[in-house]
Design a protein around this ligand. Structure first.
Ligand code: QUE
Length: 353
């Protein structure tokens, strides 16, 4: 259990955090986020640490998200519900600690980087994507919402691309991640390996850290071979996703009649209508919010989803029974009233939604 995340500090001042649950795509457990938080706190003032690397063990990538299968237990016992709430509280604290960390953090966005994996690394100072990067906020697939600060960082994407990514759970590649300000540099995965070796071998206690790191990255970085598809589609996406009402977005996609717009509409209608409406409000409101305010809203929403049938139904259909046929309580977009949406943004101790 304690091997699920590995920590090291070498004699040159380079520290590493390795997410080490490769059989579960390094998805984050409570113990992992708690330990990461403790280490970052310690390393912040540790003179022997000059730079931190975050990466994932195994061939598949950095991290698929939170350990959703453990959260699924929250439906059945009070203790499991409290554990799940504690997971989100701690996870969001750690995500914010990465944002605030005063020393450079190199985040290796190699392979799968989704949900909680995005949240853990978005605030890192040097985020590197490769030809293997598969990035998404996939929560719309499981009747949840894009959390881990997404209302803050999806609004850092140009135009309405963040809304599109959150509401469709689209998987994107390196050029698109750079385009939405989700990464700082591209390099081939082989070059990333060599960069990490150079980081290990550099004496960071002597070097001017920022300058030396920028030099190493400049020597390794190249351009993605594929162009950004989001840049290509942005005009259409901005036009459809500018509306703050879900019905208007769907109407706009409908009336356009292109293959792209009808595919996007079909994708959205396959999601939980309740999740879609909560997410649109979360992202619209998030434009005005600080990072801390976005995380505070995420915590209210996450706790309320832990009492909502359609979240467990989404998880069941995708990750437990894998039948891909969720039987949602709210079947249609029109079933979800504005009042129900507004109520969900209030902290609630006893309500079951
Ligand atoms: C949406 C998600 C997650 C997901 C699938 C979705 C998620 C997550 C996992 C996942 C994948 C493999 C594992 C595991 C979890 O899948 O957050 O334990 O072995 O962690 O459609 O949000």
């Amino acid at each position: 259990m304690s091997d699920d995340v590995l920590f090291s500090v070498n004699q040159n001042g380079a520290a590493a955090i390795v997410l080490n649950r490769p059989k579960a795509l390094n998805s984050l457990t409570y113990d992992m986020v708690r330990l990461i938080g403790e280490k970052l706190n310690e390393w912040e003032t540790d003179q022997n640490v000059s730079i931190v690397v975050i990466k994932g063990a195994g061939p598949k990538g950095l991290c698929a998200g939170g350990d959703i299968k453990a959260l699924y237990e929250a439906r059945s016992s009070k203790q499991a519900l409290q554990d799940a709430e504690r997971f989100f509280e701690t996870e969001y604290e750690v995500d914010m600690a990465v944002h605030r960390f005063s020393k450079p953090i190199i985040a290796c966005l190699d392979g799968i980087v989704m949900g909680g994996g995005v949240g853990l690394t978005y605030g890192a100072s040097h985020r590197i994507v490769t030809e293997r990067t598969k990035w998404a906020m996939p929560e719309m697939n499981i009747g949840f919402f894009p959390d881990v600060g997404a209302a803050y960082f999806l609004n850092k994407a140009p135009g309405r691309l963040g809304r599109y990514l959150g509401l469709t759970a689209s998987v994107i590649h390196a050029a698109d991640v750079l385009y939405i300000n989700g990464a700082d540099a591209y390099m081939e995965s082989g070059a990333l390996e060599r960069l990490l070796q150079a980081v290990e071998q550099t004496d960071w206690r002597l070097a001017s850290v920022e300058e030396k790191l920028d030099q190493l990255i400049r020597e390794s970085k190249t351009e993605p071979s594929q162009e950004s598809t989001l840049a290509r589609d942005q005009q259409a996406i901005d036009r459809h996703f500018k509306y703050d009402k879900l019905e208007e977005i769907l109407q706009s996609l409908e009336s356009e009649g292109s293959t792209f717009s009808s595919n996007v509409k079909k994708t959205m209608l396959s999601k939980s209508p309740f999740s879609l409406k909560i997410t649109l409000k979360q992202l619209a409101d998030g434009r005005q919010k600080t990072l801390e305010e976005c995380f505070a809203t995420d915590l209210v929403l996450a706790k309320n989803f832990l009492k909502h049938n359609d979240f467990f139904e989404g998880v069941r259909s995708v990750l437990i029974d894998r039948d891909q046929s969720p039987n949602y309580k709210y079947r249609n977009v029109s079933d979800v009233t504005d009042e129900a949406v507004d109520r969900f943004f209030q902290p609630s101790e006893s309500v079951r939604f």
